[in-house]
Design a protein around this ligand. Structure first.
Ligand SMILES: [Zn+2]
Ligand SMILES: [Zn+2]
Length: 466
């Protein structure tokens, strides 16, 4: 069979990353992500255009839902091969998939209720996409590995996981195929993080590749510098404490929560802000934080030194990890503290309870440190709506609303161009994925400008020969 690459998601849009490589007699899947854009949810129900029982191996770049979210579905459709990922990705994926199955079950129950009330059925009536049982069934297939070690997938093909600098364990995946005496290299960037981000090591320099598949989330813009984010965070803390309110930070459970805890520790330790009690009120973020604690070898040198030196041990006494709903409610009367809670875009989770308590208080602050998608509660608050609905009740927005830029988990346009700049020669094929069409198109122009390489922006289910 001819070697080929098929694009099965994140094409001219961001979520649902999935690629099928057929080479050296094997069928290899790279990522199996969930589609999260509202218009594309239908694709989650559609069987993959390859028989899952004939896939020889699944490789994962990292544990975000848009890269792992459809694995239980794939397994239910017959996939039973091994799943290879870095050791932290294996553990984080477990947390992400369990949470996702729970949400699928709850969503299906809500849908069933609505259908019963309206006496009708939808296209996918009230069955969850997958259940916790489907997740448990797939976990034994996972195998954890480390960065850089070549892993033979067959006689003529091997894989390596290289640092991508995005979240703990996040990798670019390099495939080396030896056929007819020649060796070819295919690199999937995965989600690339900005250099200098805390906790994770910077993305590896990829120097050799014949085919490159590069993400382009921020292919059309540049971020504010990170130092600005730290300053804005410090200013918001000091200001809120002076006014006697609470600082609420809607937080993504993986990486952002751990980064914020580290930043807060540094700010307190350096006396840039007064000692302030910090509550991490998200069971999923608490699980993720424990996993982070187990993998210092996957962190950058600076973070490892910080952990080993116990430099932030004093500030850790100010941190409380909140597990139960009862403990969460006990935070209601407290003032002068920082509460980190999920979900990151306020479309669920305990942050909604805290917003209900604080959004009407002029002395409190809601600080956004992450992306807020169209249509979410977070976006409405950030857009400056004077009133928002929380749990079906209208609340006047009187709290101070602010955002910090510069904490993105994704490289910006300039940083993506720099990532490509490590290549010693232009790839035969450069494919831009994982970005809205405008972002991918803008990046293609910049790549052509700077390096003279023409990139393709594949369409969903398009196949190219390797
Ligand atoms: Zn990601
Ligand atoms: Zn992604």
């Amino acid at each position: 069979m001819k070697a080929s690459l098929r694009f099965l998601g994140a094409n001219r849009q961001v979520t649902g990353s999935c690629y099928l490589v057929e080479a050296a007699g094997l069928r290899i899947l790279i990522d199996c992500g969930m589609f999260q854009e509202r218009d594309l949810l239908e694709r989650n129900w559609k069987p993959k255009p390859v028989d899952p029982s004939r896939i020889d191996c699944l490789l994962l770049t990292h544990a975000h839902l848009d890269h792992v979210g459809l694995i239980p579905r794939l397994a239910r459709d017959g996939f039973e091969a091994r799943i290879l990922a870095t050791a932290p990705t294996v553990e984080l994926a477990e947390v992400v998939l369990r949470d996702s199955a729970q949400i699928q079950v709850e969503d299906a129950a809500i849908k069933a209720k609505r259908h019963a009330r309206e006496r009708r059925t939808g296209p996918h009536p009230s069955v969850p996409l997958y259940t916790p049982r489907d997740v448990e069934a797939v976990l034994p297939l996972f195998r954890g590995t480390s960065f850089r070690t070549p892993i033979p997938l067959g006689d003529r093909i091997s894989a390596r996981f290289l640092e991508a600098g995005h979240i703990l364990g996040a990798a670019s995946i390099e495939l080396t195929v030896r056929e007819n005496g020649a060796s070819r290299r295919i690199v999937f960037s995965g989600d690339v993080g900005p250099p200098g981000a805390p906790i994770v090591p910077d993305a590896a320099s990829v120097e050799e590749a014949d085919v490159v598949v590069l993400e382009s989330t921020y292919g059309d813009r540049d971020h504010a510098p990170r130092t600005e984010a730290r300053e804005a965070l410090a200013e918001a803390i000091v200001d809120t404490l002076e006014r006697g309110g609470n600082l609420l930070i809607p937080t993504f459970a993986i990486e952002r929560a751990q980064e914020l805890l580290l930043e807060l520790g540094e700010l307190i330790e350096s006396r840039r802000v007064p000692p302030v009690r910090v509550f991490l009120d998200s069971p999923m973020a608490a699980d993720a934080t424990e996993i982070y604690g187990r993998y210092p070898e996957f962190m950058d040198d600076e973070t490892r030194r910080t952990i080993e030196s116990q430099r932030l041990a004093g500030t850790r006494r100010l941190l409380t990890v909140v597990r139960t709903a009862e403990e969460s409610r006990a935070l209601n009367p407290l003032r002068g503290c920082i509460i980190l809670a999920g979900a990151g875009m306020c479309n669920g989770g305990r942050i909604k309870h805290h917003l209900r308590q604080h959004i009407g208080r002029p002395e409190s602050t809601v600080l956004f440190a992450g992306y807020q998608a169209e249509g979410t509660l977070g976006r409405r608050i950030l857009d400056g709506h004077p009133e928002v609905r929380i749990f079906g009740e209208s609340h006047a927005v009187r709290a101070r609303i602010c955002r910090v830029d510069g904490m993105s988990g994704h490289a910006d346009r300039g940083q993506l161009l720099d990532w490509l700049g490590h290549l010693r020669r232009g790839p035969t094929t450069l494919a831009l994925t994982h970005g809205d069409e405008a972002a991918s198109v803008a990046l293609r122009e910049k790549v052509l400008d700077r390096y003279g390489w023409d990139a393709i922006i594949p369409r969903y289910e398009e196949t190219i020969e390797l």
